[in-house]
Design a protein around this ligand. Structure first.
Ligand SMILES: N[C@@H](CCC(=O)N[C@@H](CS)C(=O)NCC(=O)O)C(=O)O
Length: 203
């Protein structure tokens, strides 16, 4: 049985969402998004930095949300939610899949640190402003890619699970400008998917 080490309001939601979309059975180890759980010896034995998500599959243990998504698709997905390697969509699928952790999440991380995690006296307005501008710039190409499309590469895919989740998080931080109309509509569409709702409501 697949077992997801999960904390609410985190990238672990991507894994729950993917498993729901694939209709695969899974178990959840619910952790608090708090050092008492994430930095415990027990959880550090799963992830050296004490982070989520982590997936167990029998004897396999793996972390990094993108790696976990690829692992599930390849070992358990039966060819679903991913274009074939020879298809015209495959390069764009890869691009958006990796754009998530590569371009969008770094400024999202900084914004969360500078607005939520750091004590007010340690916050840095310059770092926050830079991250907000970088995030807005990084989201503009995603908005363009969505012109006339329901999903990033046309059909719903794991690229939507990765980058769609990052766009949802960006929107929740108030960082999707009103003029990115395609992206705003996309965020509403994915937020309405039952699998996404299961993931986002999980505590
Ligand atoms: N690149 C990693 C990032 C993992 C990560 O930073 N997870 C966050 C939650 S979204 C976390 O566990 N934070 C807890 C902490 O930093 O203490 C991935 O995609 O899995």
């Amino acid at each position: 049985m697949l077992r997801v080490h999960f904390a609410p309001n985190s990238r672990a939601g991507r894994i729950i969402w993917l498993l729901e979309e694939l209709e695969l059975p899974y178990e959840v180890n619910r952790l608090a998004f708090h050092p008492k759980d994430l930095k415990s010896d027990e959880h550090r034995a799963r992830h050296p930095l004490g982070r989520v998500p982590v997936l167990d599959d029998g004897d396999v243990r793996i972390y990094e949300s993108g790696a976990i998504v690829e692992y599930i698709l390849e070992r358990h997905g039966g060819g679903r939610l991913k274009p074939s390697v020879q298809s015209a969509e495959y390069p764009e699928y890869l691009q958006w899949f990796h754009y998530c952790e590569g371009m969008v999440m770094p400024p999202v991380n900084t914004i969360i640190v500078q607005t939520i995690l750091l004590a007010p006296e340690r916050r840095d307005e310059t770092a926050l402003g830079q991250a907000q501008r970088l995030l807005t710039k990084s989201l503009a190409p995603v908005d363009e890619a969505l012109v006339g499309r329901e999903c990033l590469i046309g059909d719903f895919s794991a690229a939507d699970v990765m980058l769609g989740h990052a766009c949802f998080m960006s929107n929740r931080l108030g960082c999707v400008p009103d003029d990115l109309v395609n992206l705003r509509a996309y965020v509403s569409r994915i937020a309405n998917r039952p699998g996404f709702q299961t993931a986002i409501q999980m505590q």
